[in-house]
Design a binder for this molecule. Structure first.
Ligand code: PLP
Length: 417
């Protein structure tokens, strides 16, 4: 089998496949132009405007010499589907361009991306430090699983940069944060975070799922890796799962190689859906940003609302850092119903007519949920208090519907219950 001849399962990581020649001309600059054109060949097979879906698990060679040329890296092309496919490479190049990074590797989900990145870069004896509001499955992977392989795990309070720096030991390999966090929407000072890593010689990772490259580009602030659950805003249509890691070519090389072994690739069909979703990223984000702000402002004035968490509001503890660093604050809004127990809060959720009730975020359809029920039902009250998940908390992911309709719907739900 060909792969047994190959010293490295991903010999041509950044290469465009032979069937889709590299894009010609200057790199597109703005986020809208990049979202539409970056990563794509100008002329495509069949003279098609859109990228074809190559529904193939394997790629053939015309003769033996072509195989040898490929192995000796004289020819860049596809070989076998577990190492990638042409559609996935287009999406990787598009996401890398959007983030202003050298190289992106796509995974079958955001969690596969996190596991792949950390497994490629940490060794037994290393330690990882997280801000404590990071996605609970990411922390669970480190706490329950990486520790089985001798990798240490620490958590410090989100946005406490002194605590993060104090947690660094000579064994620390990674500093990890999310920004904004979910559901509290804390906004990290990315430059300060990157600076700790640079000064202390520790790799930095930002899970930028909630901000997207439209609102903030952490690599340009000096972070080593950006991670996305592309399931959310990048795909944007609640119809796929995918993940991505972006970083320098040198640091991404081992990640790509490990993915070729783990097998966490996307099917060509899934990659196509993601490419299609990405085309409208900038347009969608403009609407998510404006809807999020409009809904947050409406809720903040409503007599039944105790408090709203949205970084675009002046009342948010991280408003000034958000205003200074982010183009917009996205569609996620967290709010608390005044003097309501969990059932009265659930009644508000059950009374809305436009947002659908479910987990996830970042798609064109608005979604609403009560974190107590959706994610913390089996936790003790003390644990919920530690995670700061009160019974009266609601999280809404504003989609791209008309803001007036979303507001009218929330108004009727609040008035009716
Ligand atoms: C959803 C999510 C993930 C996990 O991504 P999947 O695509 O569901 O595996 C990781 N981080 C954040 C911030 C998320 O919202």
């Amino acid at each position: 089998m060909l792969t047994t001849n190959a010293p490295d399962p991903a010999r041509s990581p950044s290469a465009a496949p032979a069937t889709t020649p590299a894009p010609v001309g200057p790199a597109p600059a703005g986020p809208s132009t990049s979202a539409v054109h970056a990563g794509e060949a100008r002329q495509k097979p069949g003279f098609s405007l859109t990228d074809p879906i190559f529904a193939s698990s394997t790629y053939t060679f015309p003769d033996t010499q072509s195989i040898i040329d490929f192995i000796e890296q004289k020819q860049t092309r596809e070989e076998y589907g577990r190492y990638g496919n042409p559609g996935e490479r287009v999406v990787e190049d598009k996401i890398a361009a959007l983030e202003g990074g050298d190289s992106a590797v796509l995974f079958s989900s955001g969690m596969a991306a996190l596991v792949g990145l950390l497994m490629a870069h940490v060794n037994a004896g290393d330690e990882i430090v997280f801000f404590d509001e990071c996605y609970h499955r990411s922390r669970e992977f480190c706490r329950k699983h990486l520790t089985r392989f001798g990798v240490g795990f620490r958590e410090v309070k989100t946005c406490d940069y002194a605590a993060m720096e104090a947690a660094i030991t000579p064994r620390t390999k990674f500093l990890v944060s999310e920004s904004p966090t979910n559901p509290h929407l804390s906004v990290v000072d990315i430059a300060a975070f990157a600076d700790i890593g640079r000064r202390r010689g520790v790799l930095t990772l930002i899970d930028a799922t909630l901000c997207t490259p439209y609102n903030l580009r952490p690599l340009t602030a000096g972070v080593d890796f950006v991670l996305h659950s592309a399931t959310k805003y990048l795909g944007g249509h609640n119809d796929l799962l995918a993940g991505a890691v972006i970083g320098s070519t040198e640091l991404m090389e081992p990640v790509r190689r490990l993915r070729g072994i783990m097998g966490g690739v996307n099917s060509p069909h899934n990659a196509y859906l993601l490419e299609r979703g990405l085309k409208t990223l900038a347009l969608r984000m403009e609407r998510h940003n404006s809807n999020g702000l409009a809904v947050a402002r409406f809720l903040e004035r409503h007599p039944r609302i105790e408090r709203v968490l949205y970084p675009g509001l002046e009342s948010h503890p991280y408003h000034s850092i958000a205003a200074r660093t982010m183009r917009g604050c996205g569609g996620l809004v967290t709010f608390f119903i005044k003097d309501a127990d969990w059932r009265q809060t659930a009644d508000v959720i059950d009374a809305v007519r436009i947002p659908r009730i479910g987990p996830s975020l970042g798609g064109v359809e608005s979604l609403i949920e009560q974190p107590l029920v959706m994610s913390y039902w089996n936790y003790t009250p003390a644990e919920r208090a530690a995670f700061r998940i009160p019974d009266n908390m609601i999280r809404m992911s504003c989609g791209i519907e008309d803001a007036d309709d979303l507001i009218a719907d929330l108004a009727q739900a609040l008035d009716r219950t």
